[in-house]
Write a protein that binds this ligand. Sequence first.
Ligand SMILES: C[S@@+](CC[C@H](N)C(=O)[O-])C[C@H]1O[C@@H](n2cnc3c(N)ncnc32)[C@H](O)[C@@H]1O
Length: 267
Amino acid sequence: MDDHEVAARWHGNADVWSRHVRAGYDTYRDHLNNPAFFALIGDIEGMVALDAGCGEGYNTRLLARRGARMIGVDIAEGMIEQARAAEASEPLGIHYEVASMTDMPMFANGQFDAVFSTMALMDCADYAAAVTEICRVLKLGGMLAFSILHPCFVFHLEAREWTRDESGAICGLKLGDYFRRGIGEDRWCFGSAPDRDEVEPFTVLYFDRTLADYINPLCACGFTIEAIEEPYPSDEACEAEPRLRKHRLLPISFMVRARKATTNGCP
Ligand SMILES: C[S@@+](CC[C@H](N)C(=O)[O-])C[C@H]1O[C@@H](n2cnc3c(N)ncnc32)[C@H](O)[C@@H]1O
């Protein structure tokens, strides 16, 4: 499984994905992940920043509205077409490129003050290569902040199963074989999409990696981890999206804010 196969899947997802995200059906994003991510990154006013794996640009636009000068890259052409169409109809000064975040020759060494990546690095076929390339385009002292599905609680999707108590309430999660690096294909849609039975589900490749697989390449490149976040659903979030309540038992996402502190051989 490589970049080409990842790109083909996400290209195929682009139309329904864009329509559903823009309609507000990605409730986990809106009620849980984005509030935590924006709190994690703080003030980004005036930064020149890259959104790596930007998709159709929903979060790139939010970052631009927070005052950053944004460039978005995504490997899937369909996603970038959607992102450019949104930029054309409501300009925010965002520039988009079709590229793999593992290879971005269009950007100079140290070009960016910050690199953001939301829910994309777990979909990337070669995570260590992405971190190395992100490190190259980030200036010394620059910030890398990313979110991914939680590597300790979201893996082996084919066998993952919530467990219930006698009353039927979710009380845990059946998981195992954490160290097996599975690669597979999953099909899913946003649970709150009213037309979910009428559209083709998203087809995505998954690459199971351990927490160490995510953290060690950061250290090897010379990043210092400043903060991590495992978003806990607030009362308001659970009220707005009751399916989030089970993530008070186990987090669904994992976020890192890191700083390029030394170059460690990275330009
Ligand atoms: C779950 S979507 C998230 C998109 C966007 N960040 C968001 O929050 O809406 C994952 C995205 O990662 C992109 N992706 C996967 N591997 C990539 C790579 N090597 N380089 C750039 N984008 C990649 C996919 O094409 C897809 O658009």
